[in-house]
Design a protein around this ligand. Structure first.
Ligand code: F6P
Length: 349
């Protein structure tokens, strides 16, 4: 194999640049020219007026400067056109026209489906799991997850300090889409007393009960870590009636949120205050931790070696602490398991 390409796709994740750097170093080592595709799969669709908006030859001296930077130098996007076979054919044709004989795709499950389609069109692809969500069950870790958790842990520790000073509970919302791993690991690592995740059904009344138990024990600074997807598994609750009858204005049809949960709990538990913080995009925009950077380095190198050796249609992951690879289709079929034991431990002791 001669020339290869690399792209980042989906939500950006800390460690994406470090992976591109590792791919570039390895490509240079094996004398394989490298092209960076911009804006995820969009860079292959020939929609821009300038080629430089879509792709760029990646030289080591450019890439060495970006390794520890947050974000993704190549830019990223979720490419809806890739749902359509006609656009996928255009992407494959573009790769052939550019003489790109293999592609490294750094992204989440949607990006891996895109890589699988390209493989079916004869383009060898290797996927590297780049998402903070840790929602790819075939691998023990995804790139960016460790960094996101560390950002959340720092934030929760700071929030617990101010909660302690004011004797008030705090709802902290973290990302993760439909996956509660960021929330659970953050809760476990910070001593949070309550965690709510999409994987386990829950009721507001039970959260209030647990909070009241904490207050009765003298703990007035309970931290409730909630995954952004936890509202999916919440038993329906008439927030409109409850808040309006407790002196807080609420609009019909308004969705539940962390802020609203704090308001409801404050009223259910007769507290003076309860506050909320949404940690948000700081989880994605942080510098990668050593763990993420080290995974990026190994994964990037392995991806290039696989392409060089004519092995494709694979994704790279981590199993028992070691970097490994497996077929994309099998990886995408892997079933998620949630650590219910840790979840129960946080919510019980
Ligand atoms: O998949 C990563 C992620 O940050 C999720 O945790 C979150 O739900 C989503 O992306 C947010 O996406 P957007 O960048 O489109 O707001």
């Amino acid at each position: 194999m001669n020339k290869i390409g690399v792209l980042t796709s989906g939500g950006d994740a800390p460690g994406m640049n470090a992976t591109v750097m590792a791919v570039a170093k390895s490509a240079a080592y094996y004398n394989m020219p490298l092209v960076g595709i911009k804006h995820g799969y969009n860079g292959l669709l020939r929609k821009s007026s300038s080629l430089f908006d879509d792709m760029e030859e990646l030289h080591l001296d450019t890439v060495l400067d970006i390794a520890d930077r947050p974000g993704t130098y190549l830019r990223t996007a979720r490419c809806m056109e890739f749902m359509d076979p006609a656009w996928r054919q255009i992407a494959a044709d573009t790769l052939r026209a550019m003489g790109i004989e293999g592609l490294v795709v750094i992204g989440g499950d949607g990006s891996f489906h895109g890589a699988e389609y390209l493989c079916q069109l004869g383009i060898p692809c290797i996927g590297i799991p780049g998402t903070i969500d840790n929602d790819l069950p075939y691998t023990e870790m995804t790139l960016g997850y460790d960094t996101a958790v560390n950002v959340c842990v720092d934030a929760v520790r700071a929030i617990r300090a101010t909660s302690r000073s004011h004797d008030r509970p705090h709802v902290v919302e973290v990302m993760g889409r439909h996956c509660g791993d960021i929330a659970l690991t953050t809760a476990v690592s910070t001593g949070a007393e309550i965690v709510l995740v999409p994987e386990v059904e829950w009721r507001i009344e039970d959260v209030a009960k647990r909070l009241n138990q904490q207050i009765a024990k003298g703990n007035t600074r309970t931290t409730i870590v909630v995954a952004e997807g936890c509202w999916e598994s919440m038993e329906p609750f008439d927030m409109f009636t409850f808040l309006n009858s407790h002196g807080k204005k609420c609009y019909a049809g308004e969705p539940i949120s962390s802020m609203r949960l704090a308001s409801i709990l404050k009223r259910m538990c007769g507290m003076i205050e309860a506050r909320s913080t949404v940690i948000g995009y700081t989880q994605r925009g942080a510098e990668p931790t050593a763990r993420d950077s080290a995974f990026a380095f190994e994964a990037g190198n392995l991806a290039v070696r696989l392409l060089k050796d004519g092995i494709s249609n694979q994704v790279i992951g981590m199993k028992e602490g070691k970097v490994f690879y497996m077929a994309i289709d099998e990886a995408l079929q892997a079933k998620r398991s949630f650590n219910r034991y840790l979840y129960d431990l946080v919510n019980t002791i």
